[in-house]
Design a protein around this ligand. Structure first.
Ligand code: 4NP
Length: 145
């Protein structure tokens, strides 16, 4: 049974905290966390424009703080979800031998969206479009647990 889910992106200040915030509201019985494969923003709250866009949809991200993904996360979580292929590659690079924890793309849970990756709004600046996709993925995920 999936009880602990980790959402992973690059910086842990835009996509993965938004995914965590959206998903935890849909599935309050599941333990959630998020992390970044990079360590530049460790300890920081989610990026301001992402917090603003999320709050406009009723999702408060202000309690979240960035941390870096580590190999120990394979033992701590039942499911690890990356936002793009680079995230998946970096997660798998750190996989300890013998661990079976599944690693999936978030967009796998929203095939109807046609998206194969969650675009990074830190670069695209389309925070709202990314949130719309994250909501679709989170809904799909909540339906298969
Ligand atoms: P995220 O976006 O991976 O969705 O949190 C990024 C935020 C910051 C950086 C990269 C991606 N950065 O390089 O600072």
């Amino acid at each position: 049974m999936v009880q602990k889910i980790l959402f992973v992106c690059l910086g842990n200040i835009c996509r993965s905290p938004a995914a965590e915030g959206v998903f935890r509201a849909m599935a309050p019985g599941v333990d959630t966390d998020s992390a970044g494969t990079g360590g530049w923003h460790v300890g920081e709250p989610p990026y301001g424009p992402m917090q603003t866009a999320a709050l406009a949809r009723g999702v408060d991200l202000s309690d979240l703080r960035a941390r870096q993904f580590s190999a120990e996360d394979f033992a701590r979580f039942d499911l690890i979800i990356g936002m793009d292929d680079a995230n998946i590659d970096e997660i798998e690079r750190l996989r300890p031998s013998g661990t079976q924890t599944p690693v999936r793309l978030f967009t796998d849970y929203a095939p109807q969206s046609g998206a194969s990756t969650v675009p990074d709004p830190y670069y695209t600046r389309d925070f709202d479009g990314t949130l719309t996709l994250i909501e679709e993925c989170a809904k799909g995920l909540s339906e298969v647990l």
